[in-house]
Design a protein around this ligand. Structure first.
Ligand SMILES: [Zn+2]
Length: 104
């Protein structure tokens, strides 16, 4: 029956976009359940919305900060390990903590 195949394809398509939207939301620090519903209902439009929402920095970077002593890169505003000499995100040299203290 062609109409039942149409609804199966429609349902699989909705699920595909629901999982894709939830995956993007998880990566960008947003509510995964809400994104799943958004992707399920709006399909590609939900996915586009999830991609263009600004990254939730407090959700994506908070676990990294809790992992150990971290400091903020002045160039790209990302958190990097306290002992790092080069930023892993933008590649800039990070000034030594001791040099900052001595004013060199
Ligand atoms: Zn940086």
């Amino acid at each position: 029956m062609p109409s039942s195949i149409f609804f199966v394809v429609l349902g699989l398509n909705a699920l595909l976009f629901a999982f894709a939207t939830a995956s993007v939301a998880s990566y960008r620090g947003h509510n995964v359940v809400m994104a799943f519903i958004l992707g399920f209902i709006f399909g590609p439009f939900g996915l586009v919305i999830a991609c263009f929402r600004p990254v939730n920095l407090s959700a994506t970077q908070a676990p990294v900060v809790e992992a150990g002593p971290m400091r903020l890169c002045e160039s790209c505003r990302s958190y990097v390990p306290d002992l790092a000499s080069v930023c892993r995100f933008c590649g800039r040299d990070l000034p030594d903590e001791d040099q900052i203290a001595l004013g060199n």
